[in-house]
Design a protein around this ligand. Structure first.
Ligand code: ADP
Ligand code: MG
Length: 700
């Protein structure tokens, strides 16, 4: 073996040199041969697959066309100059356009010669053309035996410096051709045999220069598997370490408070899903170890009640509990809900937010320290305030995506033993992804809505249909229902949002005038107190329409509201749309969601809206969201950066991920420290990864 090749500096590779070397450094962060070998193609062009010109029918997919150059002409002058080339195959004609590099492209396209063109068609009226296609003379291709050509990500600067996809391919092709036993294996032999995986070197070679389609598939599987298994090994190990070390309060009592509430004051039957989850939580709380549980449940699935029951268990065992919400409005809502549930019982509940008065604060502090206060509900003020619990036993965190891991940890310091933690979220994450990203959390799912709910009917309407939408609103109001009208909030242009909202409010006021109709407005520029006042008027039924920005996104509970109108729905993300829709459908009557947009919709926006119209299922929506946005966006770029995946994709490669996870579990079960001789290479490789990527330590 000659492992030195891998650590060779990139500029010494044949055909690179100092100039391109610097581009590799600066544009791709590639410094060594090993890093270059992990710059994988993101796509392959099947040179054997040719589309006929008259079969081009979409601007979504790349096509390859074999055609003869028919006409070449330059149009315009100066900066507006472009090259228009007409090509022809047996089925028809098509135009190709170049806006740049005209001087360089033109002499290559000899009229009458046959080329293979590759690019993404653009639709222009009824015809398609292709701008800046790649091309190669057909006679040249015929002699080459590789039909799968790699396509590499590049940047504009790199392209200008000779490192376009083809340039990169050339360098890598040369490197790969030389490889013979220089890339050390990093997976145990058993794993390779068990899963019938290619060797690491063979896989790398084939990922860049596939010998055929089948081998390429195997190569990619192997490389993705490799990335996932090291990630899983690390996450699972961290979890094992945690389970060993972190002891927790033992709630072994199911006492008077829980039982009394359960027998006498729960206003309805728990759903089976709620019962199951409570059981899971009870088991954790009585295990003597600290609970770290993620509770996933669609909007309206009844998570609050589960949280309350868990908090009662804490109280039964002489502990305090807190409930943290991401916004003040939501905290207030929780406070009211829980006070109402507990009104007949002798339990002290208080609210702490940014706007809690000083005098009130000191009462809270006192009661917390003495233990007189059982449940504290609030916003992140709970973390910032010099709050000292006498003995915090359980912390419930609602809508976890806004509380970071760090913030969670802050609660711990306030106690000797960390409290149990229950994180609730209505933004479902596909299970495999959750396992990966929250390796330190156990997961419970409420996959059932309380009975009697009618599925919300969702429709898409264009702005030009507004008058019919207004007519519908009027009908619903006459039936005694209430309406939400929500405007997007775009942080960069608060002013514009405000204008949109106010314009909307005005046109609504004209159509639904006083005194017959009353409208509430809530937006980000209002003081919290005024917001609360307006929200309360709506909640009490004093106003029929609530016009708002997304401040109402989470948690608001007005069962009589039956219509959710979302303005500029194309500007919302899927999970946000789903959250908003969840504000209605809480009562017995049929509810509706109307998604308003103008005619111009991007492809992704169309998909989002179609998905909303098609389904009410939060998990299905989450899957689509994940595919559209990728896990990085879903969870914040920081987290996706931490994972540092080069070829595997958490959203798309769930089968590989599951295989890797199972294997990792199997290995660690018998050999938790990877000490077995056959696992040594994996241990070494993991140490190397940790060294290279200090971020890894931060995952959990
Ligand atoms: P989310 O999971 O979105 O937080 P909530 O806890 O706000 O949902 O519950 C939504 C509504 O359903 C509330 O009005 C709540 O009182 C009610 N609810 C909760 N559990 C049940 C149940 N088992 N049967 C009937 N209604 C329920
Ligand atoms: Mg809730």
């Amino acid at each position: 073996m000659k492992p030195s090749l891998l650590s060779t500096s990139i500029e010494f590779v044949k055909g690179v040199g100092p100039k391109k070397g610097e581009l590799f450094n600066k544009e791709f962060g590639i410094y060594t041969v090993e890093q270059l070998l992990h710059h994988f193609p993101f796509r392959y062009v099947d040179k054997s697959k040719i589309t006929k010109i008259n079969e081009v029918n979409s601007d979504e997919v790349y096509v390859q066309i074999k055609a003869i150059v028919n006409n070449v002409k330059e149009i315009g002058t100066g900066r507006a100059k472009r090259l228009s080339v007409t090509i022809e195959d047996s089925s028809g004609m098509m135009e190709l356009i170049w806006f740049k590099g005209v001087k360089w492209i033109k002499p290559k396209l000899t009229i009458g010669k046959e080329f293979v063109f590759f690019g993404k068609p653009t639709r222009y009226k009824t015809k398609y053309n292709i701008a800046h296609p790649d091309f190669e003379e057909f006679s040249v291709i015929k002699t080459s035996n590789v039909t799968l050509q790699p396509v590499y990500h590049t940047t504009e600067k790199a392209s200008n410096g000779g490192l376009n996809s083809k340039g990169i391919e050339k360098v890598i092709k040369f490197l790969v051709a030389q490889l013979s036993r220089q890339v050390p294996e990093n997976l145990a032999k058993d794993i390779l045999t068990d899963l019938n995986l290619l060797s690491r070197e063979h896989a790398i070679i084939n990922a860049h220069q596939p010998q055929d389609y089948n081998t390429l598939k195997k190569a990619i599987f192997r490389l993705k598997f490799e990335e996932f298994i090291f990630l899983q090994l690390r996450l699972i190990k961290q979890k094992l370490i945690k389970e060993e070390k972190i002891r927790g309060h033992n709630f072994n009592e199911v006492g008077v408070t829980f039982n009394t509430f359960f027998k006498e004051y729960i206003p309805f039957q728990l759903t089976n899903a709620q019962k199951r989850v409570i059981k899971e939580i009870r088991r954790d709380l009585g295990s003597g170890k600290q609970m770290n549980r993620l509770l996933q449940g669609d909007v309206g699935s009844g998570k609050t009640l589960v949280a309350l029951l868990s908090m009662l268990l804490a109280i039964d065992n002489d502990y305090q509990a807190c409930l943290m919400a991401p916004t003040e409005i939501l905290a207030i809502q929780h406070y009211h809900t829980i006070c109402e549930f507990l009104q007949e019982m002798d339990i002290q509940v208080m609210l702490l937010t940014g706007s809690t008065k000083k005098s009130e604060r000191s009462i809270i502090h006192e009661k917390l320290a003495s233990g007189a206060l059982h449940i504290l509900i609030g916003t992140h003020a709970l973390l910032e305030d010099p709050v000292k619990f006498k003995n915090l036993g359980l912390a419930v965190i609602d809508e976890q995506h806004r509380f970071g891991v760090k913030q969670r940890a802050r609660l711990w310091k306030k106690n000797i033993l960390p409290p149990h933690v229950l994180v609730m979220t209505a933004t479902p994450i596909p299970r495999t992804l959750a396992m990966t990203l929250y390796g330190d959390l156990d997961i419970s799912v409420i996959d059932e809505l309380p009975p009697g709910r009618k599925p919300i009917k969702t429709v898409h309407k264009y702005d030009s249909n507004r008058s019919s939408v207004f007519g519908f609103i009027d009908k619903q109001i006459k039936e005694g229902r209430q309406i939400y009208v929500v405007y997007p909030l775009i942080e960069e242009s608060e002013k514009l949002d405000f204008k949109d909202l106010m314009d909307g409010y005005e046109s609504l006021s004209r159509r639904f005038p006083l005194p017959k109709y009353k409208i509430s407005v809530v937006h980000g520029k209002m003081k919290p107190k005024d917001k609360e006042h307006e929200m309360n008027r709506f909640a009490k039924g004093e106003t029929q329409i609530l016009v708002a920005t997304t401040v109402i996104e989470v948690g608001v509970n007005v069962p009589n509201a039956s219509v959710m109108i979302i303005e500029s729905a194309n500007k919302f993300g899927l999970s946000q749309l789903h959250q908003l829709r969840g504000r209605v459908g809480r009562g017995a009557s049929q509810s509706y969601c109307v998604l308003m947009t103008d005619f111009k919709l991007s492809h992704d926006a169309k998909t989002r809206i179609e998905t909303m119209v098609r389904t009410n299922d939060g998990f299905e929506i989450a899957e689509v969201d994940l595919k559209l946005r990728g896990p990085g966006d879903l969870l914040g770029t920081q987290q996706s950066g931490v994972l540092d995946l080069k070829i595997a994709d958490l959203a798309k490669d769930q089968i590989v991920l599951t295989a890797a996870r199972n294997k990792a579990l199997e290995i660690l079960k018998d050999d938790p420290n990877l000490e077995h001789p056959s696992h040594l290479m994996m241990r070494k490789y993991m140490a190397l990864l940790v060294k290279k990527s200090p971020n890894w330590g931060r995952i959990a």
